[in-house]
Design a protein around this ligand. Sequence first.
Ligand code: ADP
Ligand code: MG
Length: 604
Amino acid sequence: MVIFRWYRSIPSWSLPVVLALLLVLAPYLGVGSGTQRLLLLTCILSLVTSGLSLSFGYAGELALGQTAMYATGAYLTGYLAMHWVNDALLLVALSAVAALVVGLVSGVPGLRLGGWSLAMTSFFLVLLVPQFLDLLEKYTGGAIGMVGIPAPKMFGHKLTAVGFYLLVAIITVVWFALMRNLITSRHGIAFQVLRQSPVLASSLGISVYRLKLTAYAVGAIPAGIAGALFAYVDKYLSPHSFGFTLAVTVLAAAILGGAKSIYGPLVGAAVMQYGPLRSSDFEQYSQVIYGIFLIVAGTLVANGVAGLVTKGLRRLENRFAGAPPGGEVDLAAPSHRHTALSLPPMEGARLEVTGIRKNFGGLQALGGVSLVAEPGRITALIGPNGSGKTTLLNMICGYYKTDEGTITVGGEDITGRPTHRVARAGVSRTFQTPLFPEDISVGEAVAAGSYMSPYVGMPSSILRLPAYRRAAASDQDRVSRVLGLLGLTDLAGVEAASLPLGTRRLLEVARALVSSPRVLLLDEVASGLDEDEIERLAEIIRAIRDAGTTVILVEHNFKLVLSLADTIRVLAQGELIASGSPAEIENHPRVLTEYLGVRQEAQS
Ligand code: ADP
Ligand code: MG
C-alpha cells in the first residue's frame, strides 16, 4: 500500500528519463564494448520498429515497407560518405528525407486503393529491395555489398567508438521523446480512433486517408535514420541485411514489445538483439521460429510486453489504491441536479435538405425528402423503425452518396462531400449505437471531438510549440466544461468503452458538443436511459438549442419529442408524411394511425 502510494506519486516520465540517461551514459558506467555494440544495434532496430508501430500499432495499417526505407538510408549514407561528404549528422538528415520520400511514394498508391493494398504494396516493396540493390550494382556493390564506408565524422572530426555510440543513443532518445509527444497529443488519440473505427474518425473531421498516410510516412523517417546509422556500424553493407528476414524481425520486435505502445519498440528490439539475433545457429531457422513466434504472440499477448506491464500495473492500482472500477453516474444525485445549465453562445447554421432520394439495391430508403432545420431550434425527426431516419442523418454526414437531391449547411452546398469535410463544415453527430474505441478514457474520448477545432499540425504537437500548448489548454477547459455539464466529471479517467449504455449515450452527446457544432444530429440519444437521465438529457438539449445550435433530434420517445421539439417531421417508409408543431403533430390523423403504439405508450 505504502509502496503503491509512493509509486503513484512519481511522475510518469521519470522512468523513461532514467532509462534514457542509463542508455546514453552506458560507456561511462563501465559497459564493455561488446555490450555497447549490442545496445547500439538495439537502438537501430528500435528506430525501425518504432516506424512500424506508428503505422501498424497506432494507425492500424499493416505496412512492412520500413525495410525498404532502412535500406535507402543505409545505402544512401554509405554512398555519399564515400563519394561526397562524410558528415554523420548531415547524412542522417538526408536519409530521413529520402526515407520520407520512399514512404510517400509507396504510401500514396497503396492507401488510395484502400483495403489491404498498402500491406501488399509494402510487402512487395520489401521483396524488391535485394533486386533493386542488384540493379543499382554500380552504386551499391550488388551482391558483394558496399565496401569501404569510412568511419563517421561530425563537423570534420572523426568520431571515436564512444562518440558514435553517443550519437546513436542520443538520436534514439530524442526520437522516442518526440514519439511520446506525438502519441500523447490529440494525434495519438486520433490514431486510436482511426485504427478502431474509421467511421467515427471521419465523423470527427479526420481524413482517414491523410492520417494513415501521415502515420506511414512519418514512420519512414526513423527507418531512414536507422539505416544511416547502420551504415557506419560495420562500414560494410550487404544486401542480406535488408531482406525478408529483417522485415519479419521488425514485425516480431513490434509485436513482442507491443505495437501500440510508445516504448514497446525498444523492449521488443532489446529482446530480439539479446536473444535470437545473437546466435549464429539461429540464422538458419530464424524465419520458421519467427513465424511460429508471431502466430503464438499474436494470439496470446495482443499488446506485447509493454501491454502486459501496463495491464499488470493497472490491475495493481485498482487493487491497492481501492480505485472504484466505476461506471455508473448517479444523475439524480444532488450535485448533478443543481449544476447550472448554461452554454456559451454557439453559432448555428441553417440545414436545408432538398429532395433527397436513396435506394439500397431495390429498396427505397428515402424517396425525395426535403426539410429545413433552423438555428436555435430543435427539429425532431420521428417515424417507425426502418423509416429512414438514420439513413437521412448518414446522407447529411456524407456516409452515403445521394441518388438525387441537395444538402446545404449555412447556404454552403455539402452534397457529395466526404464525411470528414462535412464534419469540418460544423456538422457533428451521435451514433445510434455509441462508438467508443477501447483503451480510451472518457476525457480523451471527449477531447477527440475537438480534433479539428482548432487543428494543430503534427510538427507543432511533436515539438510542443505554443500553438499546441494553447490548443491543449483550451481542449482541457472545454472538455472539463462539457463533462461538468453532463455530470460526467468524476468519470474523466475511466475507460469510455467500459461504461454502461446510458452513460455512453451521454458521452456521445459530450463528444459531439465539444466542437461547438453549427448543426448537431442526435440519433436516438434517449433510448436506454432511465427517467432521471432522460430529464437531464432534455435539459442539456434545450441548453444546446438556447446556445444557438441547429439541433436535429431523431427520437422514439414520443413524450420526450413533444416536450422538446420546436417543430416535428414525420417519416414513414422514406417519405415525409407530416410536419408541424408538437400540438399539430399530436393530433395529426395520419400520425395517430401510424403511431398508435407509441401514443398509447406515451399516455400510459
Ligand atoms: P430508421 O433509422 O428510421 O430506423 P434506417 O434509416 O436505419 O431506419 O433504415 C431505413 C431502411 O434502409 C431500412 O429498411 C434499412 O434496412 C435500410 N438500410 C439502411 N442502411 C442500409 C444499408 N447500408 N444497406 C442496405 N439497406 C440499408
Ligand atoms: Mg435509426
